[in-house]
Design a protein around this ligand. Sequence first.
Ligand code: SAM
Length: 238
Amino acid sequence: MLEEYRGQQINQRSMLDEANIRSDVLVSGRVVELLGDVNELSVLELGSGNGKVARMLAQRGAHVTGVDLIQEQVDIASANSPRGIAYVQADYAEVKLPELLQGAKFDRVIAVMAFFYSGSDKIAQALVNVKKLLKPDGVFILGTASPYRGLKKDGFDYFQEQESDAVLPSMTNEPFKTRYVHLPLQDLLTQCLAHGFVLSRLIEPHATAEELQRYPQILSEEDLLRPDYLILEFKAPK
Ligand SMILES: C[S@@+](CC[C@H](N)C(=O)[O-])C[C@H]1O[C@@H](n2cnc3c(N)ncnc32)[C@H](O)[C@@H]1O
């Protein structure tokens, strides 16, 4: 799976890929597995970045649309998109997103390592969009950083929504300054449930012993023992 994911990377190796290397294995790969057979399904990826996940899904026969906030990411993804993936520059929390996507409805909506830049207000608006964009029997998969990550820091107040500075690297422009937002699990899940999403799977992806052997430069013993990521799968609200 990782080899395939790497194969999707563009020639110019981006710092973003470098930074995400563990999540390549533990989140993106797992989300693609979880989606299963996507042949002929319409899939919307929110926060599609340089399009690695989108391309993997397109290769499996999905009709993919990617949305990303950063025009540079959209340009890179589009330039490397021979398989007719549609990319749109937009904020996933933008009220007009369904309009920008011309009223399209999707079988699957995914957000992979893209929601942890947003606080609860923005996530609420993004969830309103996901609700509008999913077909009635659609599935929404959210792969994100584990809220338990912060517990490694001394004096961390887990129950407090809080921001820390983050930088999204750029290959051509100034790095894009943003923030990571920590949300306690109960807040994130309560929001999703309040919007009517029905939780069907909660996965705390961690490495298998086989993956540890296979990717010793990427994964460590820690990845066997602690969850750094979280994947939530929801059925569309009725
Ligand atoms: C860590 S990358 C993940 C890319 C891709 N999903 C993957 O797994 O390879 C996060 C992406 O989310 C995008 N992003 C962050 N906030 C966003 C927002 N509010 N709306 C749309 N995209 C956003 C960033 O521009 C970035 O490209």
